[in-house]
Ligand binder design. Structure first.
Ligand SMILES: Nc1ncnc2c1ncn2[C@@H]1O[C@H](COP(=O)(O)OP(=O)(O)OP(=O)(O)O)[C@@H](O)[C@H]1O
Ligand SMILES: [Mg+2]
Length: 350
C-alpha cells in the first residue's frame, strides 16, 4: 500500500512562505495532477515529498509511515525533475541504475532493471550515451526511466513532458498513464498543459501563491470552480464586474441586467464560459441580448467571437463550426444568449 498523506506542509525561506499549509491525501494507485501558475510552489511541494527540501512544518506519511525526516534514498519515491538533473558524466544506463546502487541492489539486477526501465520509455537504444549527446526530450525520458527503475511507491513527475514535441508528448503521456495503472503507482504530476492534466488525472489540485485553492475532478474544477482564480485558470471565462441585485439578478458595471444563480447581494464578478454562450437563443432562454461583433477568429473546430454587450463590456463566445455555416461578420449585431445556470458568480473580494 502506498497511500501518501501530506498534512499542513509548509515551506518558508526567511520571511517568504512558498508552500502554505498544504494538506493532501493521495490514494494508493491514484494519479494526481498539480496545476498552478509559475512560482506557486509546485516543485517545492514535490521536493519536500521526495526529501530534497526540508519542510518548515507539516507531516508526510507514506503507507502509514512518517517519512518527514527520512533522507531521499530511504523514502522510495521516484522523482523526475523539471530540469531532468541527469548526471552529466554518467551514461544513460548508469544514470538509470544510480538509484539502485544507492539502494545496494546487486550489479546484475541493477543492469537488468535499468534496461527494463529504459525499454518502458523506449530508450534502450540510448543506454550507452551521455546526457549531452541527447536531445532534451530524450534526456527527459531517461530521467523518467531513472525514476521508474527503483520501483517506487510514489512517482513524482515535475513537468516530465515539457520538452517533447506535441505528438511525442501525447504518446508518452498515454504510456505514462498505462504504465502507472499497470504498476499501480501512486503518482503526483506537475504540468502546465491543461489538456494533459485533464487527460491523465484521476484528480486535480489547483495551487496559487503556495496554497491549495481547489481539489477535485476535471468536471468539479471546470463546472464548479471554488473561486474566481480557478474559474480563470482552468479553462477560459469572461469576467464581468458588477453587483448582485437580489432575486438572482446581476447588473454589470455597464448596466446590463442578467439572470444568474442566486448569490449574496453586493459587489461581485460574473464568469461565463465562452462555449456557454450561443447564437440565436431560443424563446424563453433566461438571458437574451444582442452583441456587436468586434473580433472574429477562425480556430478550425470553432469560431471565436468577441461580442460587445455594453460600453467597455465584451463577452468571448465560442461557436461550433458547423458545415456550411457563415461566420458572423465584424461589426454585425447578433442575438446571443445563455441559460441562468451557466453564470458563475464570485464575491468581488475573491
Ligand atoms: N531555495 C530557495 N530559496 C528561496 N526561495 C525559493 C527557493 N526555492 C524556491 N523558492 C521560491 O519558492 C517559490 C516557489 O517555487 P517553486 O519552484 O516551487 O515554483 P513552481 O510552482 O514549481 O514554479 P514553476 O511552474 O515556474 O516551475 C518561488 O517564488 C521561488 O522563487
Ligand atoms: Mg516548478
Amino acid at each position: 500500500m502506498a497511500r501518501l498523506e501530506i498534512a499542513n506542509l509548509t515551506k518558508r525561506y526567511g520571511a517568504l512562505t512558498t508552500v502554505r499549509d498544504v494538506t493532501l491525501d493521495v490514494a494508493d494507485g491514484e494519479f494526481l495532477v498539480l496545476l498552478g501558475p509559475s512560482g506557486c510552489g509546485k516543485t517545492t511541494t514535490l521536493r519536500m515529498v521526495a526529501g530534497f527540501v526540508e519542510p518548515s512544518a507539516g507531516v508526510i506519511r507514506l503507507g502509514g509511515r512518517d517519512i518527514t525526516g527520512s533522507p531521499p534514498w530511504l523514502r522510495n519515491t521516484g522523482m523526475v525533475f523539471q530540469n531532468y538533473a541527469l548526471f552529466p558524466h554518467m551514461t544513460v544506463a548508469e544514470n538509470v541504475a544510480f538509484g539502485l546502487e544507492m539502494r545496494k541492489v546487486p550489479k546484475a539486477e541493477r543492469e537488468a532493471r535499468a534496461m527494463e526501465a529504459l525499454r518502458m520509455v523506449r530508450m534502450e537504444a540510448y543506454a550507452a550515451r551521455l546526457p549531452r549527446q541527447m536531445s532534451g526530450g530524450q534526456q527527459q525520458r531517461a530521467a523518467l526511466a531513472r525514476a521508474l527503475a527503483i520501483h517506487p511507491d510514489v512517482l513524482l513527475l515535475d513537468e516530465p513532458l515539457s520538452n517533447l514535441d506535441a505528438k511525442l508528448r501525447e504518446e508518452v503521456r498515454v504510456e505514462i498513464r498505462q504504465l502507472q495503472r499497470q504498476l499501480g503507482l501512486t503518482t503526483i504530476m506537475v504540468t502546465h498543459d491543461q489538456e494533459e492534466a485533464l487527460t491523465v488525472a484521476d484528480r486535480l489540485v489547483v495551487m496559487a501563491e503556495g496554497a491549495i485553492r481547489q481539489v477535485g475532478s476535471q468536471q468539479d474544477l471546470y463546472e464548479r470552480p471554488a473561486d474566481r482564480f480557478v474559474a480563470g485558470f482552468v479553462g477560459r471565462s469572461t469576467f464581468l464586474p458588477g453587483r448582485m441585485a437580489g432575486q438572482g439578478r446581476f447588473v454589470t458595471a455597464g448596466g446590463v441586467d442578467l439572470a444568474v444563480p442566486e448569490a449574496a447581494p453586493g459587489p461581485a464578478v460574473l464568469a461565463i464560459r465562452p462555449e456557454a454562450v450561443h447564437l440565436a437563443p431560443p424563446e424563453g432562454e433566461e438571458n437574451r441580448l444582442s452583441g456587436v461583433v468586434e473580433f472574429v477568429s477562425y480556430l478550425g473546430p470553432l469560431i471565436e467571437l468577441h461580442c460587445r454587450i455594453a460600453e467597455g463590456e465584451k463577452l468571448v463566445v465560442h461557436v461550433p463550426n458547423r458545415a456550411g455555416m457563415r461566420p458572423p461578420a465584424l461589426g454585425e449585431t447578433i442575438p446571443i444568449g445563455w441559460p441562468r445556470a451557466a453564470g458563475m458568480v464570485f464575491p468581488d473580494a475573491a
